[in-house]
Design a protein around this ligand. Sequence first.
Ligand code: TYD
Length: 202
Amino acid sequence: MERGLLIVFEGIDGCGKSTQLRMLAERLRARGANVVETKEPTNGPVGKRIRAMAQSGNAVAPEEELAWFIEDRREHVRDKLEPELAKGSIILCDRYWLSTVAYQGARGFATDEIMRNSEAEFPIPDLALIFEITADEGLARVNARGGRSEPVFEEIEFQKKVEKNFAALERGWIVRVNARPAVEVIHDDVVDRVRALGVLID
Ligand code: TYD
């Protein structure tokens, strides 16, 4: 059976990636594709621990935070991403290791090292869409949708560093999407990028 596709959705908090993921999933399913929607941090035990920490406002040591994201990803790759890729599914993943490069890089870890280690250990995406807005715009959107829920990550100086780290990423499989226009306009852009992978889509 043909191997599936891994498409990841990335960007700072409030960039609108989750909305775009849902819209693309719907569009692909209408075309009969076997689509799997998933996310990191996951809903597994380690992912839940990360969310509880982020929502509590009590950050753990950066080393521990980094280790948790990697542990969560290891389980996600083993239990879901690899089996679904083997089945030929199109996986749409809300955050993956470019988030570790950008966020834990903003905590002070070397971004090139996280990138190298991730590329060596985990499946490389067929496509990574980075939804671009500024940190100020992102936080304004987070506030508009009901305020900060994860104070450990949603802080302006931190988000600015994350934005800078995302902006510096360069790989053939990474594309940037302007996340400022209306959702339908962004969606059309996303569809064009996915079509370029050879996926049938109307
Ligand atoms: P998430 O619950 O997906 O938040 P959102 O829906 O706002 O994107 O992710 C929680 C936070 O975890 C988010 O601020 C980004 C951060 N994060 C990292 O710091 N490193 C990582 O490797 C991942 C996957 C997420």
